[in-house]
Design a protein around this ligand. Structure first.
Ligand code: ADP
Length: 794
């Protein structure tokens, strides 16, 4: 008896209880049904738990689904709902109705009044689901909110957002929630705060959000960095380089580095004696950036060039797992500019990272998390390990009858393309709708052109024409339809079969290469055969595919000896020997475990930042929420700094000490007294404190009321924290970049990172305190003509 079996048995037990309420609830009038919400809330207040209420509350939500939407959740959907409530991942196939499934655990958990969020990957889905499912929650007396901008130029101010986030049920996207979280923590007053506590979230396509997007942290960029003028020159230099001679490139590890010969070439080009002399560090950095931009970032695969709002071409990154545009994401550390230089585009401004968080850490803040996906099982170990979530496979409502045919493997790319096209033609003649999946924008265009040449009309869906996505998907199940798509069509889209298609055997999915992990392949296959529909899926592979080249065994190379491509094209002989059979699986496993390892690495690197961010945000929050004057905090900060200063060697010299006072504490100091010989360090510190007290008192006098004084104190302190924290975020980002590329050094980069991250945080805390002192003591307070108080910080 497997563990999964036991889990499923327990879930079925609860399902039975839910079903036992079915008839009784069905007999209630609408009003009686709605009154249940009130009753449940009272029972919770009296000590019943959510688990106690589950069977009856699920039955109520289910009945409301039926009355409002005309859909009564199937037993398997109830099971999925139970898994979500229990804080685990429900694996449910495409078309099984995950949207409706969520209504039951959402309703149950929202009864507590602590907020429930449903997270999807895009605005369109979040808005649509909120509109449709929202009817059910409103019927049951709950409020629903969508804290999303519906257009580029719409701005939601904090007040509006606060109101929305107070709703019982919130539908939003992972990106928007992340940015809201970061933005809120850059605000200086309670007025700028709007988020509710992170209580319970259901994440749709959870593997996409937590695993595939793990490598791209959300970053809010701030003040510009001094722009370097080296990008163009260095890119020109790189163009003269020969791979293997001037630089080496390890495609598998995505590493690229300069050889000795390359370094000499650079020295000659730049007319400098020794590139590795510390004064040329910036040149070395730019060479490394340019090499990365040229080798690791390929147009139409890793990014596309799109016109921005002003019509200027700009780089937009592509999400590797989904093929979607990542509009808000820019590469840090100058890499973005290096790619712009390579493409001959106008360079954008390099900015500092002001705040950043990874999705893993964002979602770990929820008290409870549930997830839904069609492909969780293959990543169960990682979910368990990282999030303590089990993955439970929910049976399908109807038996799956889709056929997944074995892969066809070819030696070369051209052979594979010819064979897959032949297959598409053959199926197309029969009339089945076909969905052709390509591994990149580039390949999707190639397939599209080849189909054109064959005279086969079709739709092309990739990041370049995403606006038509919904329309294209809608048409793709019709008889005779051919759709070429990148993996962006692989998720969250439900393809309904047109009339007469089921009789022909349903939708045929043709994969033109196996993707970098099994989950993406499964998502792709999942477009076909929904809700017991017939369907067929088949992948074509060549030994020249990226997956095989990067992750396959070395002996693949040997098979090229005496291989005459010309002769083979058109003969389209698939490779059938036994040794080819598991090749693809093994390459994919290798790719996936490397993906896992680097996600682990990202998490580990992010951990320092995470701890520090938590400390800083908590401190900020305390300051913002604190009512009344902050005298105690102010005194503590001042005394701590003064004690350190009194003990520091740097200020032993009376002149240096006097200088310190002028720069930090007060201009109104008697030079004689400041330069006296203090009898003890304590007295020296006290001298500073007395000076500070009279400075503060003078300022408080001008400020007048306690309320205004508190505001001044808060601003002075927050400003010091924020300015130093922003520096720290940027520093950690840079440090990470610098260390993660350092495989050669003897030390473990992670350990080194932790040490330096910790030490730099300690330095930051001290620097922040010292700035607080300056802000509190040396700021100028003015009352302007309008009678407003204006603060000038030093
Ligand atoms: P998934 O996200 O799991 O692929 P969706 O939530 O998009 O699936 O639902 C697929 C389709 O099935 C939708 O059109 C939905 O309205 C329909 N559906 C879901 N559950 C039911 C149900 N219990 N009864 C009738 N139709 C349902």
């Amino acid at each position: 008896m497997t563990l999964d079996y036991v889990k499923l048995r327990n879930i079925k037990k609860i399902l039975k209880e839910v079903n036992s309420w079915k008839d009784a609830i069905a007999h209630l009038t609408d009003q009686q049904l709605q009154e249940k919400t009130v009753e449940f809330r009272e029972r919770l207040a009296e000590g019943e738990t959510l688990d106690d209420l589950l069977p009856e509350a699920f039955a109520v939500a289910r009945e409301a689904d039926k009355r409002v939407l005309g859909m009564f959740p199937y037993d398997v959907q109830v099971m999925g709902g139970i898994v979500l409530h229990q804080g685990n991942v429900a694996e449910m196939n495409t078309g099984e109705g995950k949207t409706l499934t969520a209504t039951m655990p959402v309703y149950l958990n929202a009864l507590e009044g602590k907020g429930v969020m449903v997270i999807t990957t895009n605005t369109y889905l979040a808005t649509r689901d909120a509109e449709e499912m929202g009817q059910v929650y409103r019927f049951l007396g709950l409020t629903v909110g969508v804290p999303l901008k519906q257009s580029e130029d719409e701005e939601l101010d904090p007040e509006v957002k606060r109101e929305i986030y107070q709703s019982d049920v919130i539908y939003t996207t992972n990106t928007s929630l992340g940015f809201d979280y970061l933005t809120e923590n850059l605000t200086a007053s309670v007025d700028g705060q709007f988020l509710a506590d992170f209580n319970y979230a259901i994440v749709d396509e959870i593997d996409s959000v937590l695993l595939d997007s793990a490598q791209t942290p959300l970053i809010i960029s701030g003040s510009p960095r001094v722009q370097s003028n080296l990008y163009g020159i260095i890119d020109t230099l790189i163009q003269t380089f020969k791979e293997g001679e001037d630089f080496k490139f390890d495609e598998e590890k995505k590493r690229v580095w300069l050889t000795r010969k390359g370094a000499h070439a650079a020295e000659a080009f730049l007319a400098i004696p020794n590139l590795y002399d510390p004064q040329y560090r910036d040149l070395v950095r730019h060479i490394s950036l340019a090499l990365q931009a040229n080798k690791n970032f390929i147009k139409d695969k890793d990014y596309v060039i799109h016109p921005n709002v002003e019509g200027q071409p700009e780089i937009v990154l592509l999400d590797q797992a989904t093929g979607r545009l990542m509009e808000m994401t820019r590469l840090q550390g100058g890499l973005h500019q290096a790619i712009e230089a390579k493409e001959g585009l106008k360079l954008t401004q390099e900015t500092r990272a002001m705040a950043s968080i990874t999705y893993q850490n964002l979602f770990k803040m929820f008290r409870k998390l549930g997830g839904m996906t069609g492909t969780g099982k293959v990543a169960e170990a990682e979910f368990l390990d990282t999030y303590a979530m089990s993955v439970i496979k929910i049976p399908t409502n109807r038996r799956k009858i889709r056929k997944d045919l074995p892969d066809e493997i070819y030696q070369t790319l051209p052979e594979k393309i010819v064979a897959s096209l032949d297959y598409v033609k053959k199926v197309h003649e029969k009339g089945n709708p076909i969905l052709v999946f390509a591994g990149s924008v580039e390949m999707s265009i190639l397939y599209s052109n080849l189909l054109l040449r064959e005279g086969i009309p079709h739709n092309l869906l990739n990041a370049n024409n995403a606006p038509r996505e919904a329309q294209i998907i809608k048409e793709s199940g019709r008889k005779g339809a051919v759709t070429v798509a990148t993996s962006m069509a692989g998720r969250g889209t439900d393809i309904k079969l047109g009339p007469g298609v089921a009789e022909l055997g349903g939708l045929v999915v043709v994969g033109t290469e196996r993707m970098m992990n099994q989950r993406i392949d499964l998502q792709i296959r999942g477009r076909s055969g929904r809700q017991g529909d017939p369907g067929l899926t088949k992948f074509f592979v060549s030994l020249e595919d990226d997956l095989m080249k990067n992750w396959g065994p070395d002996w693949i190379q040997d098979t090229y000896q005496d291989y005459d491509v010309e002769e083979r094209i058109g003969a389209t002989k698939a490779l059938t020997k036994r040794k080819y059979k598991n090749l693809v699986e093994r390459a994919q496993n290798a790719s996936e475990s490397s993906g896992q390892a680097s996600r682990r690495m990202t998490l580990e690197f992010a951990e320092s930042m995470n701890i520090q961010r938590a400390i800083v945000y908590e401190e900020r929050d305390r300051l913002i929420k604190q009512e009344g004057r902050l005298d105690t905090i102010v005194e503590k900060a001042l005394r701590s700094v003064f004690t350190s200063v009194a003990n520091e060697k740097d200020y032993k010299d009376p002149v240096a000490f006097y200088r310190y006072i002028l720069d930090n504490v007060s201009y109104q100091v008697d030079a004689q007294k400041a330069r006296q010989t203090f009898r003890s360090k304590n007295m020296k510190a006290n001298f500073l404190w007395e000076l500070a007290k009279s400075e503060l008192e003078a300022k408080y006098e001008v400020l007048g009321t306690d309320e205004v004084i508190a505001q001044f104190q808060r601003m002075a302190i927050l400003k010091a924290i924020d300015e130093n924290w922003v520096e720290q975020v940027d520093y950690l980002q840079q440090l990470r970049m610098a260390l993660s590329g350092q495989y050669t050094s003897q030390k473990n980069p992670l350990v080194e990172f932790f040490q330096e991250a910790y030490q730099s945080f300690e330095r930051m805390k001290e620097a922040a305190k010292r700035q607080m002192v300056r802000n509190l003591l040396l700021s100028r307070v003015e009352i302007n003509t309008k009678g407003e108080i204006v603060l000038h910080f030093p």
